[in-house]
Structure formats: C-alpha cells, structure tokens
Design a protein around this ligand. Sequence first.
Ligand code: FAD
Length: 570
Amino acid sequence: MRHFKNHTHYTYFLMRISPSLSMSPIMSSGSATGSGSLMWFRKGLRIHDNPALEYASKGSTFVYPVFVIDPHYMEPDPTAFSPGSTLAGLNRIRFLLESLVDLDLSLKKLGSRLLVLKGEPSEVVIRCLKQWNVKKLCFEYDTDPYYQALDMKVKNYASSAGIEVFSPVSHTLFNPADIIQKNGGKPPLSYQSFLKLAGQPSWASSPLSVSLSSLPPVGDIGSCEISEVPTVRELGYEDYEQDELTPFRGGESEALKRLKESISNKEWVANFEKPKGDPSAYVKPATTVLSPYLKFGCLSSRHFYQCLTDVYKNVKKHTVPPVSLVGQLLWRDFFYTAAFGTPNFDQMKSNRICKQIPWNNDDELLAAWREARTGFPWIDAIMVQLRKWGWMHHLARHCVACFLTRGDLFIHWEKGRDVFERLLIDSDWAINNGNWLWLSCSSFFYQYHRIYSPISFGKKYDPNGNYIRHFLPILKDMPKEYIYEPWTAPLSIQKKSKCVIGIDYPKPVVSHDSASKECKRKLAEAYALNQKLNGQVSEDDLKTLRRKLEGDENQESGSKRQRQNPTDLS
Ligand code: FAD
C-alpha cells in the first residue's frame, strides 16, 4: 500500500499519478484560516442523497472526505474458513474497495478526493480532528451496535473540543427511533403494525438532492498518513481463485446503472410480487440485486423509493406492500427498527423477542451445510452460490436457513447467521439477524410445521435442475429425474453420469422425512416450555428439555430398531 507521511510526498504522488490533479485543491495552503469540515464515510458511500456530505460542504472552506480502513475488517485472517478477514469474506472486502475507488473518482470530479486512513476508526478520526482545523464533523447516522459504540467515542471527543457534529438519518427510509417512540418505546414486531406507524416518509414528495456540482477543496493534511484505496493484493490477499469472486461490482456508479435498468422496465416494477420470483434464476436474477449497494449505501434507499413511486404514478395498476418492490424496502426498515429497539437482537440469550430453543451443537453437520456437502443438491448449490457470488435469491436463503435450523439439522440459527454474515456481499446486521430469527421460527414467524422440502421446492421452479448443474458441475450429467435426489438413481446411471453417490458427491446427511418430523416435535416441546414459563426460560430449563428430547429420540430409534428387527428381542 502506498503511504504518504507528509504533505510534500503526498503532493508529489498526486502529480505523478494524475497530472490533471497537479492543480488539485488539496495543495492549497492556508487551511488554518478557513473553516473546515470532516466528512466521515463509513456506509453511505455515495454522492447522491447524502445530507451529511451536503452539510459538510455548506459554508466550509475545506472538506476532508475520510474513510478509515479498520484492519480487523480488512486484513487477511488465515484461520478463517474462507478467504477474507476475521469479519468479512473476500467478496465483500473487494466489493467495498471497488465502492471506495468509485467514490474517490466521483469526489475527484467534484474537485475533492477520498482520504484513506488506517487504524481503529474512532482513534483515527479523533486524531484527525485534533490535527486538522475542523469545525464540523459530519457522518451518516448508523443504528448498528458497532457504530453506536464507535460514534459515542467520537461524538464525546468532538463535543469536548467544541466541534459541531451533524449525523443525519439517511441510510433508511424512516428514523427507527421515531417509530419506536410512536409505538410507546417498543419496536413494532409485525410488518402491518410497522406500516401503520410509519405512514408516508416525510420526504416522500419533496425532491432529494441527487447531484452536487462541486465540493470545497481538501485542506492541509499535516502529518497524517494517507493512502490511495488499496487493492485486495495490497491488503495481503495474494492467492485467491478468480472464479470464486462475485460477478457484482461495487460502487455508486454501478448501483445507479443497476437501478436504472431495473426501473426502466415499468411493467416489471409494477407487477413485482416477491414470493412469486424464481429463486433458481441465475442468468438474470428474479429480483433487483440492489441489496449490496443498499448495504454499503452506494444506493440511497430513499432515492430508490422515489424512483419506484415515480414508476407507480405512470402505470394503471401496481402491486403493494408487503409483496411490491416498495414493500421490500419497507421490510428493510421494519428489520432496522426491530433491531434498533431490541437489546441483544443478534442472540438467543437475553433477547426478549426470541424463543428459547434447545438447538443441537453438531459441528460436523454445520460444516457439511457450510461447505455444500449435505448431499441435497438444491441446498448445496445454494451454498455454492453463497460462497462464490455472496448473493442468493430470497427464497433460496429461506431454503438453506430452514434446512439448517428448524427444517432438518436443528442447528442454532446464530451459527448460520455467522456464515451468512461472513459470506454475503449484502451482509447487513439488522436484516441478516432479523431474517435468521424469522426463518428459524425464533421470532416474527411461528409456523414451524411449514417446512421447505430440500427436494421438491426447487423442482417446482427448475425441473431440469439447470441451477444445480451450474453451481454443482459434478451433477451436470445426472438425468433430470434424479437431479434433486441423486442417491435414488440406479448405480448404472450414477456411473454413466460420472457421479457415484458416496464417492463423487455425498449421500444425504439426513433423511428429510424423519429429520423434519423430529424438528417439528422438538419445536412443539420448546414452544410449550416457552409458553408455560412465559418466555422466562433459563439455561437450566433448556438443558433439561434438551436431555428429555435426546432421551425421547434414543427411545424412538430404539423402538424403531425393535419394530424392524423383532427377532433381536430374544
Ligand atoms: P429485492 O427483492 O430486489 O428487494 C429490494 C431491496 O429490499 C433489497 O435489496 C433489500 O434491501 C430489501 N429487502 C428485500 N427483502 C428483504 C427482507 N426479507 N428483509 C429485509 N430487506 C429486504 N438482505 C440483506 O440485504 N442483507 C442480509 O444480510 C440478508 N440476510 C438474509 C438472511 C436470510 C436467512 C434471509 C432469508 C434473507 C436475508 N436477506 C438479507 C433478505 C433478502 O433475502 C435480500 O435482501 C434480498 O434477497 C436481496 O436481493 P435483492 O436486492 O434482489 O432484493
């Protein structure tokens, strides 16, 4: 990575890499006299609809646009189960870097640039505030616990130093705190009650600022160590397989291009009906794939919302929430609000909206799921798409999350959440946890007897198994009759398809029929316990229930053996 310890070197570098920047405003002197703002980018990696950036530039002589690379988030961790850092898979890291490069280019067009620094973000920002002549600190408000803690430290310093802090809500359609307040201090836990409380966004029909014509120059950076946006190789990722990388490129330009493509088909937007999409469509996904752009704020959800309502105004009929595209954005806000208003939202323990369930601890089954080795091609293909693309259709996510938890393996939703959190390029703290709570029937949704079949569900959409053939090429020659259940194919067919089950591709890790029955039985008992104890289930209560369920299971399999082998009784 290229570092610049002082102003002289930095100026030299700018002139060397880009002659057009030789007159860059960054070289202006005298920043000690004007009034400067620090614009701290974290998410919100965009120019359009960015009220923090707008405020930072208003009346300021200088603006310092800063992004801090947190090594914890970005640097390689060779012990992790996939290429990437301790917290993020390489696909998401690369997506972020691409988004930063794009942001830097856009800032340059406006007469500024991105200042990339490295270290623990709050320490770095405080150091900059101390060194630079800054009167205003601006950053987008963030409800994630990680940012809440970070922002508290920075805000405390800023107010002690007399620096104004401007931190507007612009990542979501609504301010989660307002909705919680309207609901008497608690977040609404159903989508319909959320809609009622939320109503129309206050800005729905006023124009958002979608473009800026220029920005004040960057002030003197003193002795701060600034770098260009690093490449993945510069971060230390030397050996990675190119074909493991997501086809989706990061950045605001790409986000706006994708948005334009999506909304140009007015009929598609007007008729969008979420559960009806095809989860196996991979050449042209059935939904917008705007989630990674919304996650990093390369796309403003408010701009997206206004574009959709503009389309609605020009069509005779359109779908409505919860199934419409606007409805999807409202799901996003729903989970943000629930997450913000629920302590310990990301765990089962001490989470008042989460049912206490004695999930199994089975590392081998978990690894089989994570590594696409369950023996159910539909499930494994989805898990390969997750690893390679970092994105899957919503219903595909439903299938694998249900399979891991309440459908088949009865493994803790937190374990599945962790795998998604690492590998998704759109991994989002509130949405990911909210959906795992939902899919595991731990909160929001409680119909645990409704289980996705890992065999017949995918078949409905893709009877030929093209999706499976694409993501699991070992099965590409399996006849369509067997592609969802290859273990049922006669050995001669397995051999002819060059895929012998148990050798080239695993046998199923469970029998779906009996595993799903077991899961339902366990959930029925867990729900009864939660009800009896009014949600106050202690760890001891859970242990006792786990022992009982295991006892029942042993008895059940014992009596099954007896039924199958009555002569063994003698
Ligand atoms: P579209 O259908 O085009 O929807 C547009 C936008 O609406 C999305 O980009 C997203 O921001 C929002 N949205 C859509 N569905 C949901 C939903 N169910 N909940 C909240 N917001 C929604 N989405 C994430 O963005 N990050 C995650 O970490 C994430 N984890 C998930 C985990 C599980 C177990 C499940 C079942 C779903 C998860 N989702 C997550 C929700 C959803 O699957 C994705 O948002 C969606 O598939 C993204 O594709 P899209 O942009 O094409 O969606």
